[in-house]
Design a protein around this ligand. Sequence first.
Ligand code: ADP
Ligand code: MG
Length: 161
Amino acid sequence: MRLELRTATAEDTRAVGSAVGSLLRVGDAVALSGDLGAGKTTFVQGAARALGFDGHVVSPTFTLVREYRGRIPVFHVDIYRLVRVQDVLELDLDEMLSDGVVLVEWGDAVEGLLPEEHLTVALTTPWSDEARRLELQGTGPSWEVRWRRLESATREWRTAA
Ligand code: ADP
Ligand code: MG
């Protein structure tokens, strides 16, 4: 299951994050990949908003994880800047997933950390303007069930491809 989107502005990326966020529930893992400045945190801002959190969402820099208290707990993990693999291994993702939703920002070096069942969002900047390309990929039966809804919720950003 795969979807390709184009967001012209940061607010569009936030809106896609909200569309995805409104489909998330306890136990869901979302992996965001892309270079620094690609829009990973911007996406998380929208997702957290849809999950009922109206506070400030920034990338966790010194802490590896930030927890937002919305309708359900949202765990925002940023291992993009992480240098020590050891720190990643110490993250108790299972514990977080039993309580809420986990959104992880990373380069793409740490594959295999997430549960089998997850959504990946790859952000790139293939165009000459500020627009971002978002490639969403769902793995597992629960995403199969939700895919139609995800498609219709993100219809306005679909690319021709
Ligand atoms: P990352 O977490 O991937 O390092 P951020 O979300 O922190 O990236 O930063 C993305 C920056 O790019 C923000 O300053 C945002 O306002 C800007 N931006 C411009 N256009 C877009 C877009 N289409 N989507 C997302 N962010 C955008
Ligand atoms: Mg970030």
